[in-house]
Design a protein around this ligand. Structure first.
Ligand SMILES: Cc1ncc(C[n+]2csc(CCOP(=O)(O)OP(=O)(O)O)c2C)c(N)n1
Ligand SMILES: [Mg+2]
Length: 377
């Protein structure tokens, strides 16, 4: 089967690194599992709502949807310690507020951006890190340990290596999880940076969100090996493959890599097989139907991470059948999904962020030329 056929392989996901006898997920409590489920809804609702707002003409800037890829984000971030670092890219907007969000979403001192900051960023308001100056995702926070995202694909991996190297020299045990599309893996800097991290045994976990497409280029024109994770062999490091549609499989594989890194053994690559639900960005929505057959897209979206997580929770007895029927966001496009398809706390939380953004003013116009060149004393 061609890798561009729209499938995100599931049961055959193989693991090429350490095989723990107890899987990381086995140590999660029922509350953790329910929180992971809530976070999937939160990430999906953020995306759905932004698509709606964009279509209403309320937003400017490009929207790179993470619809159908929420399992990769939530599963990768859930096990991090507050002091760990992350480096998201264009498709990972929810990562900015999902970092260290566990259980208490509104905690002011948590090591992630608040929903208010992220919404202000999207609406281009004064209370945002970017203050309407650049792409939504081009933000970061040194104090919250989020490496600044840039457009240069794979360009944050060497930065991640340097950041955790410095942390190690200072006696810290922080790990950095970097997010990259499979298209980024064809960049020279991807290989140079991982080589450097491998040589110095740096705690860098490179999560590859293999959504089968890089703009209009299919995965097999970016990578000659069956799995991107096979690239790890050349660096002598573990390469793990996760079913990106199964948040618990992502959690298992990324936690295995995080534990490996934190113990001083070095970096890993974790490839998460998923499928890009829409075009590259919202400017690409119509053309998407021209280079990807409709059936392939339907097939790729058929395995929805929310539905898969719900089935796991049912099987574990963490939710009952009545609860499972309450919210049905899966399989719905942004135009089909309604607020009632999401838990009310998810809708309220995002509404608070949006309200904050709408009440914030736009940055003053005379700020436009600031911070471009070195400011005169
Ligand atoms: C070095 C570099 N080359 C090209 C681009 C233009 N570009 C932006 S996103 C993108 C596709 C990225 O695909 P992938 O890495 O698979 O991530 P995805 O968008 O699928 O999440 C390209 C080619 C860029 N930003 N940086
Ligand atoms: Mg891609």
């Amino acid at each position: 089967m061609s890798r561009t056929s729209g499938t995100a392989p599931a049961a055959n996901a193989t693991q090429k690194g350490d095989t723990p006898s107890i899987r990381p997920r086995d140590l999660l409590s029922k509350e953790d599992c329910l929180e992971i489920f809530r976070q999937l809804y939160l990430a999906r609702y953020f995306d759905v709502r932004l698509i709606k707002e964009k279509r209403l003409g309320h937003l400017t800037g490009t929207l790179y949807s993470s619809h159908n890829q929420e399992g990769v984000l939530v599963g990768s971030l859930y096990g991090l310690k507050p002091n760990d670092w992350i480096s998201p890219i264009h498709r990972d907007m929810p990562a900015f507020f999902l970092k260290d969000i566990k259980f208490d979403w509104r905690r002011a001192d948590r090591m992630g951006l608040s929903i208010e900051e992220v919404c202000a960023q999207v609406w281009g308001r004064v209370g945002s890190p970017g203050r309407a100056r650049d792409n939504w995702s081009h933000i970061g926070s040194r104090s919250k340990r989020i490496i600044h995202s840039t457009s240069m694909l794979a360009g944050t991996i060497p930065v991640a290596a340097g950041v955790v190297y410095a942390d190690r020299l200072d006696g810290g045990d922080a790990v950095c999880v970097t997010f990259n599309g499979e298209g980024s893996t064809a960049q020279g800097i991807f290989h140079e940076a991982i080589n450097y991290a491998a040589v110095h045994k740096l705690p860098v976990v490179t999560v590859v969100e293999n959504n089968q497409w890089a703009y209009g280029t299919p995965a097999e024109l970016e990578c000659p090996t069956t799995d991107v994770a096979d690239r790890a062999r050349g660096f002598g490091i573990p390469g793990l493959v996760a079913d990106g549609q199964d948040v618990f499989d992502v959690y298992d594989k990324v936690m295995t890599a995080i534990n490996y890194a934190r113990s001083g053994r070095g970096p890993s690559i974790v490839e998460c097989k998923t499928f890009r639900a829409y075009g590259h960005g919202d400017h690409d929505d119509d053309r998407a139907n021209k280079y990807r057959p409709k059936e392939d897209v339907e097939k790729g979206r058929a395995r929805d991470p929310i539905a898969i997580c719900r089935a796991t929770l049912l099987a574990l007895g963490h939710i009952d059948a009545a609860h499972a029927e309450t919210f049905r966001a899966e399989g719905k496009n942004a135009s089909e999904a309604k607020n009632d398809d999401f838990p009310p706390e998810v809708v309220t939380f995002l509404n608070e962020g949006i309200e904050f953004a709408l009440q914030s003013s736009l940055p003053p116009a005379d700020e436009g030329a600031k911070w471009v060149f070195r400011e005169a004393k």
